[in-house]
Design a protein around this ligand. Structure first.
Ligand code: DC
Length: 216
């Protein structure tokens, strides 16, 4: 790790608003926005396209080792291309939503993708969102946030985006898996956004970053 580069870790359950918050925080700080969930989604998308049974761990691991996952910088965030193809909005399809938590529970998949996630810090300051960023990927960062909202509010937000997503099932799998489950890091700043709008949440995050001396 380049000691001078900094990480803002933003974790939380599905549809809690992490991406919107991370996007705004990245704009404000100039830090590169990395959505780690997209990496798990891209692998799932690619495996499904290759007709791989996502419950077959060794096939999924072999697939990960056989594809080229390329990160392309677009504005202040990253797009993922698989073997030169841009999955675009398909990363958020119902099929990917249904299988991504099973793929993300595979130990070898996690160790490889976490390794790649850590490499971003070699090139830039980053705002990284996910499930285990503050607990496992960058436990040493002092800038950790856990963004939450009630299941009802999260379901409403996802429906508002037009997505079909069994959030309760995905949360259950993400929180109960053996390797790096979704947890609230002990030293995270927790924000329940159920009754807040995006501006208010971003304001709270920025004010905490200001108090910690990261921004002025
Ligand atoms: O943030 P998201 O909903 O797009 O993430 C998709 C899935 O990827 C999520 O259900 C769990 C998994 N994930 C993970 O296990 N660890 C991360 N750091 C990010 C996402």
């Amino acid at each position: 790790m380049v000691p001078s580069n900094k990480v803002i870790a933003i974790d939380g359950p599905a549809a809690s608003g992490k991406s919107s918050v991370a996007t705004r925080v990245s704009k404000k700080t100039g830090f590169l926005h990395v959505n780690s969930g997209l990496m798990y989604r891209a692998l799932t998308w690619s495996a499904l396209r290759a007709d791989i049974d996502t419950n077959n761990e060794s096939k999924v691991i072999d697939h990960l080792n056989s594809i080229e996952m390329e990160c392309i910088k677009s504005n202040d965030s990253l797009l993922l291309h698989i073997n030169g193809n841009d999955p675009g909005e398909e990363l958020k399809s119902e099929e990917v939503n249904r299988s991504v938590s099973v793929v993300a529970a595979i130990k070898e998949v996690r160790s490889e993708l976490v390794k790649r996630q850590r490499e971003y810090l070699l090139v830039s300051d980053i705002v990284m969102e996910g499930r285990d960023i503050g607990s496992v990927v960058f436990p040493e960062t002092p800038f950790k946030f856990y963004i939450d909202a009630s299941p009802e509010v999260r379901a409403l937000r996802r429906r508002g985006e037009g997505g079909v997503d069994d959030l309760i099932e995905r949360d259950k799998l993400d929180s109960s898996r053996k390797v790096s489950p979704l947890v609230i890091p002990e030293d995270a700043f927790v924000i329940d956004t159920s009754e807040m709008n995006l501006d208010e949440v971003v304001e709270k995050v920025l004010s905490e970053l200001n108090q910690k001396g990261l921004i002025t």
